[in-house]
Ligand binder design. Structure first.
Ligand code: HEC
Length: 179
C-alpha cells in the first residue's frame, strides 16, 4: 500500500467517524426528552369547583315562609300521599319505615323514639318551616347518609302546601310566620 492510498483510507474512516458522531448529536438534540419540561400542548381543564355547584343548588331552594298563609291545605294533603308509604301523620301513630310525623313542626330533629340513621341522629335544631322546606327539597342533600329514600319535592308550591298541611297535624298548630 502506498502512502497516498493509506491517507485516503484514513481520511475516509475519519470522515465516517465524524459523520456518525455528528448525526448522533443531531439525533439526540431532536429527540432528547429531557428538554421537555412541560407539555408542549397544555391541556385546558375546565376549572369546575364542586363546592360552587352545591352552593348554587342550595340557593335555588325557594323559601316557603311567605306562601304558608295562602297555601292550599287540600293540595297539601294530596302531596302527603307521597309520604304515607313510610310515615304516619296521626296522633299516637306508629313508626313505619320512617318515624311518626304527628306534631312535626318545631319538633327537635331526629330525636323521636325511632331508630334513626347515624347521619340523622347527629343533627341538631328543630323542624322549623324553613328547615322542613330545605329538607324536603332534596332529603339526601340535606342529610348526607339519610335512609329516607325519597327524591324530594322540587316544586315550591308542593312544599308550601304540604308543610301547611303538616302544620295542622298537631293538637296545637305552630303560629304562622309573620311576613
Ligand atoms: C321510602 C320511605 C320514605 C318516604 C317516601 C318518605 N320518608 Fe321521611 N323518612 C323516612 C325515613 C327512613 C326517615 C328516617 C331517616 C334517617 O334516619 O336517616 C325519615 C325521616 C323524615 C323526617 C324526620 C323526622 C324526625 O323525627 O326528625 C321527616 C320530617 C320526614 N321524613 C318527612 C317526610 C315527608 C313530608 C315525606 C313525603 C313528602 C317523606 N318523609 C317521605 C322514610 C321516608
Amino acid at each position: 500500500m502506498d502512502a497516498l492510498r493509506f491517507n485516503k483510507i484514513a481520511a475516509a474512516v475519519l470522515c465516517a467517524g465524524l459523520l456518525i458522531m455528528g448525526f448522533s448529536k443531531v439525533g439526540s438534540f431532536l429527540v432528547n426528552p429531557k428538554d421537555l419540561k412541560e407539555n408542549a400542548y397544555p391541556i385546558e381543564v375546565a376549572n369546575v369547583d364542586a363546592k360552587n355547584t352545591q352552593v348554587k343548588e342550595a340557593s335555588v331552594i325557594e323559601p316557603i315562609i311567605n306562601l304558608l298563609a295562602s297555601a292550599n291545605i287540600m293540595e297539601g294533603e294530596k302531596v302527603s300521599k307521597k309520604c304515607t308509604a313510610c310515615h304516619v301523620f296521626v296522633d299516637g301513630g306508629n313508626n313505619k319505615v320512617g318515624p311518626g310525623l304527628y306534631n312535626i313542626v318545631n319538633k327537635p330533629i331526629g330525636k323521636a323514639d325511632y331508630g334513626y340513621s347515624k347521619a340523622f341522629a347527629a343533627l341538631n335544631g328543630n323542624w322549623t318551616y324553613e328547615e322542613l322546606n330545605k329538607f324536603l327539597y332534596k332529603p339526601k342533600e340535606y342529610v348526607k347518609g339519610t335512609k329516607m329514600n325519597f327524591a324530594g319535592l322540587k316544586k315550591t308550591k308542593d312544599r308550601a302546601n304540604l308543610i301547611a298541611w303538616l302544620r295542622e297535624r298537631s293538637n296545637a298548630p305552630a303560629p304562622l310566620p309573620n311576613k
